[in-house]
Design a protein. Structure first.
Length: 149
């Protein structure tokens, strides 16, 4: 894939389902997860409803090459927060500003919703992504704990 002549960010379209699922599977594989089809079905339904969970697609010359999934929630100490839950760029499109553009678009969306912040988590070993994250956001040093149910 050559350099982008047209990088755009927008909503997922009905015809994007298979490409979106391929990218979302790649994201999950990166974190060592294999997701059953019902998880993809549930997420796709949420994104098309666009009420609780939201998604954006990055396109280079019309082809979906990146995805961002996000949601808002109340906060006890500020305006609502926007959590950027999943961010993934097709390996062939990396280094072309896709991740940065998706983060900026989520930030713009959250600002329009009167959110007080956008935040996300990544694994400490994800050094490639962290180089970008350190440029566009502040690492405040919090550690995330998870209690599986």
């Amino acid at each position: 894939m050559s350099g982008p002549t047209s990088l755009t960010i927008g909503s997922l379209q009905r015809g994007d389902r298979s490409t979106w699922q391929h990218l979302f599977a790649g994201y999950n594989e990166f974190y060592g997860r294999t997701m059953p089809d019902e998880f993809f079905d549930r997420s796709w339904a949420e994104f098309t409803a666009a009420t609780r969970m939201h998604a954006l697609a990055a396109r280079i010359d019309g082809k979906v090459v990146g995805i961002a999934h996000f949601l808002t929630h109340p906060s006890t100490t500020s305006a609502d927060s926007c959590y950027l839950q999943d961010l993934f760029t097709d390996p062939e499109a990396r280094g072309r500003g896709v991740g940065r553009a998706l983060i900026a678009a989520v930030t713009d969306w959250a600002r329009a919703q009167d959110c007080g912040r956008v935040y996300w988590a990544t694994h400490e070993s994800n050094t490639t992504a962290r180089r970008l994250y350190d440029q566009v956001a502040e690492n405040r040093g919090f550690i995330i704990y998870t209690a599986p149910l």
